[in-house]
Ligand binder design. Sequence first.
Ligand code: CMC
Length: 392
Amino acid sequence: HGVYTYDPGFMSTAACNSNITFIDGEQGLLYHRGYPIEELAEHCDYLEVAYLLMHGELPNAAEKQQFTDTITGSTMLHDQLSNIFRGFRRDAHPMAVMVGVVGSLSAFYFDSMDILNPKHREISAHRLLAKVPTIAAWSYKYNIGQPFMYPQNHLNYAENFMYMMFATPCEQYVPNPVLAKAFERILILHADHEQNASTSTVRLVGSSGANPFACISAGIASLWGPAHGGANEATLNMLEEIGDVSRIGEFINRAKDKSDSFRLMGFGHRVYRNMDPRAAIMRKTCHEVLDVLGLNNDPMFKLALALEKIALEDEYFVSRKLYPNVDFYSGIVMRAMGIPNSMFTAIFALARTAGWIAQWSEMHSDPEAKIGRPRQLYTGSAKRSFVELNKR
Ligand code: CMC
């Protein structure tokens, strides 16, 4: 089979050098630029984490202010972009709209697309970080037939997104501080996760010199799948399908049955063979939010907590080290916040934008980076002679 290593799913291939994120899957450790995720989630806001991912250091007070002002000042979309939304069917999935609209940014902001110019790369990175939340919120507003809400510069990043999702021109909207904090945490926990499928996609697309908006659009497409970012939506859809605590056993049995393709959504992870540290933090936040909102007795949440308990004790899951992952809990929190299932993956996408652009920028400043070009093991027919149509 030639000289190539066969590694389907890149189980053991390091495709790049990176000094952004460290994961130890055996021990369940996640550090960004050396800082444990637990400390970042406890003490930082999302834009500080984004700055850390992009620049390698936490910002000082002046840098933080300047970065926040830059991002806040770029959250508006070119007004013409609202026409692109209007070209979609109202019932389109928000992720379908996001793939399209984020890709279309390259037709609007082409003054910052010289990827060989570090200043251009930075401007594009800022534009993406600032505008993806507006696009995500507008994809929801379009879906439910409400008017687009323009960003509010006095709100922070998380609150501003909640405002654009939930406010209407008819009434005053004040984000609930507990929910805003929980939402900020969701953003921080999803900000980066080294070379997962969508980040590897962004790097691979970017390795050909493609423009950053096209790269992030490709990342969003990769994230959409249920084995990756789509798991948060799939988890809640699954809980709705299970419907009642009495039916959990039936679904657990299906998940264990190798002749059934059904998997428990929100369980398992390629890298973690221990509790995902993000899931541990999200689990705590989840219980806090359910308490604050008085939802502990809500049937859907009771079902989720019963499923968590059974799976954590069941031999099948324990022996395979399949723990609930971050998307199991983030889906529950977002549902408690009143966010519809169809927006969960869009929110993951806006949070992961920080990691995608940090990884994309790192690749472009790495002298060893090359165009991504995997090889294959050819398993097709040996050479043979052409057969005329009337003889086949
Ligand atoms: N339910 C039932 N069995 C499972 C599950 C599950 N969710 N996940 C893995 N397994 C079993 C699998 O059948 C296999 O069993 P066996 O050894 O008997 O053949 C074993 O566990 C190892 O699984 P794998 O498929 O080799 O693991 P992988 O690293 O290729 O897949 C995964 C990782 C996340 C795609 C998978 O666990 C899965 O499909 N989980 C459900 C979807 C999900 O929640 N995804 C979100 C991941 S976290 C957020 C993100 O990355 O975006």
